[in-house]
Design a protein. Structure first.
Length: 267
């Protein structure tokens, strides 16, 4: 089996690559310097050369190059183009979207029946990409992801946020009234592999491991896991149930990976 990954150097891409490789999948990374998002002919040639069974499209406009409307080009137009190409050559296409397709005002928890309402920014671009991907490739898998939890700093994950907050403010402010959508990176990688190589029909799937914990409780539990290096300060500033609930795809719940026993009560 072969997999081609855009955004393979990102946090989710690295986790996915590790999981695929460990399970015997031959993995290729998409080099945007050689085949940029606007190069339709180059994309078609690369797909013919690699002949992947699955194209995992994880890339975003996270490293701007100065192109006009780069966010729209990368997040929307490129996604649509790749989905259409995969439909033409009978290659499974998996696109990672985001819980940010729901605005901060949307009433959670979110289910597959919840209607996304993002009207601007990254969430809106991801939502438009979802629509276009599914329009040109009805068999495409769209996986909405929440905040990722890594094992250390150095990539875009929750641990980085804690380290940055400590460096800038000397503490991590954590709301007791926010239930974030989140999951561990390696669990996300495993779930993406199951979705792509399994028998799930084309659809939008919600990947989340947090069933009942607030951000403050998660921060406390992660602090215990990592030796108590952060100062976690509770507040009630952000009130939001961002959880995503989808019985069709399950991840190990956070309580299977973290100790919530020390003074934590689930919401």
């Amino acid at each position: 089996m072969k997999a081609l990954i855009t955004g393979m150097n990102g946090a989710v891409g690295q986790a996915l690559r590790a999981h695929l490789t460990a399970n015997g999948v031959e993995v290729f990374g998409w080099d945007r310097r050689s085949v940029p998002p606007e190069d339709a002919a180059g994309a078609a040639a690369l797909l013919r050369e690699v002949q992947p069974d699955v194209l995992f499209h994880l890339a975003t406009a996270s490293q701007p190059t100065g192109r006009d409307n780069e966010g729209w080009l990368v997040n929307v137009e490129w996604s649509e183009r790749l989905a259409a190409l995969c439909q033409e050559i009978d290659c499974r296409f998996l696109f990672t979207s985001s819980v940010m397709v729901f605005s901060d005002d949307a009433p959670g928890p979110f289910t597959p029946q919840s209607v996304p309402d993002a009207r601007a920014g990254y969430g809106y671009e991801k939502l438009q990409a979802e629509h276009r991907v599914r329009q040109v490739n009805p068999e495409a898998i769209v996986a909405r992801l929440g905040w990722q939890i890594g094992t250390s700093a150095g990539s875009n994950n929750m641990i980085d946020f804690f380290e940055t907050q400590m460096a800038q403010q000397g503490q991590v402010n954590a709301s007791r009234r926010w239930l974030p959508a989140c999951s561990f990176l390696d669990d996300t990688g495993a779930a993406l592999k199951r979705l792509a190589f399994g028998s799930k029909p084309g659809d939008v799937y919600l990947l989340n491991a947090n069933l009942k914990w607030t951000f403050y409780q998660i921060a406390q539990a992660l602090n215990r896991k990592h030796g108590g290096h952060w100062t976690i300060v509770a507040n009630d500033d952000f009130v939001y149930d961002q959880r995503m609930l989808d019985e069709r795809v399950t991840l190990p719940p956070l309580e299977s990976r973290l100790d919530f026993s020390a003074g934590s009560t689930a919401v």
